[in-house]
Design a protein around this ligand. Structure first.
Ligand code: NAP
Length: 251
């Protein structure tokens, strides 16, 4: 297999938060197949994390699974410390973990709000702050934040989600400026609608209607996000960018 042949060519130590399912799982598999050492973080879905591991095992590839609820400071820091203790560095951190919720603004409770910010935004802050200390010492590193099209345009009935994802965009740009002189790049990917559990509440008819609004006439696949992540890893001059992969839905 071509991917297997690439093993050991450019092995990087990569932490993927929320790697058990959906976009995160796809990123983990794509990068493991490129020969990188990947630490897969999960929170609730241990069996899904094991499925990713088993799929890779069949291809004689490995993944390092670690359980951490990255919405919690101590667990997020433990995840990064685990990677640092075991591998001595973190080359790439992919802040992918996230949750979504659809609710009228006036129905959003304090708990909903803080839960959303903790899972989608504070998680990235906790993991990044811990990883960056090591990256600064090494004078190299890459942070990729998985934001959302709603962070760019705002999503009706997703004010808390849109706020967290817009926060990630500000976080990305400010940090890219601050860490550029340390040769650390910081970028975000803002996907449109991607076929994962996150959108499972949509009916087939709703998906078809959405697809009519998208110039490429289809919702996205997780692999498209993984390919972009891989491109950012191979690249060396892109920083502070928000790359929206959305089939032309928003341009
Ligand atoms: P998904 O299928 O629901 O998967 C979410 C992943 O995040 C799971 O692996 C889950 O792990 C993990 N996760 C959630 N909270 C966590 C926490 N506190 N600690 C550790 N892991 C946590 O969602 P997805 O569609 O792949 O979404 C991935 C990212 O892309 C999210 O940030 C999402 O906002 C963003 N995004 C998705 C879309 C889309 O259309 N799908 C569009 C734009 C942006 P466990 O199950 O193990 O808890």
């Amino acid at each position: 297999m071509v991917e297997n042949q690439e093993k050991n060519i450019a092995n990087k130590i990569i932490v993927v938060t929320g790697g058990s399912r959906g976009i995160g799982a796809s990123i983990v598999k794509y990068l493991a197949r490129k020969g990188h050492t990947v630490i897969l973080d999960y929170n609730k879905s241990e069996s899904c994390a094991k499925n990713v591991e088993n799929e890779l095992k069949k291809e004689e590839l490995t993944v390092d699974i670690f359980k951490a609820d990255v919405s919690k400071k101590v667990e997020a820091e433990t995840l990064i410390q685990y990677a640092l203790d075991k591998y001595g560095k973190v080359d790439v951190l992919i802040n992918n973990a996230g949750i979504s919720q659809t609710k009228l603004f006036t129905d959003i409770t304090d708990e909903d709000w803080y839960n959303m910010i903790n899972n989608n935004l504070n998680s990235a802050f906790y993991c990044t702050r811990e990883a960056v200390k090591n990256m600064i010492r090494n004078k190299q590193g890459l942070i990729i934040n998985i934001s959302s099209i709603w962070g760019l345009t705002g999503g009706s009935m997703e004010v808390h989600y849109s706020t967290a994802k817009a926060g990630l965009i500000g976080f990305t740009k400010a940090l890219a400026k601050e860490l550029g002189p340390s040769n650390i790049r910081v970028n975000a990917i803002a996907p449109g609608i991607i076929d994962t559990d996150m959108n499972k509440e949509y009916t087939t008819e709703e998906i078809e209607n959405l697809e009519k609004e998208i110039p490429l006439e289809r919702i996205g696949k997780t692999e498209s996000i993984a390919k972009c992540v891989n491109w950012l890893i191979d690249d060396d001059y892109t920083t502070g960018e928000i790359i929206s992969i959305n089939g032309g839905w928003y341009m």
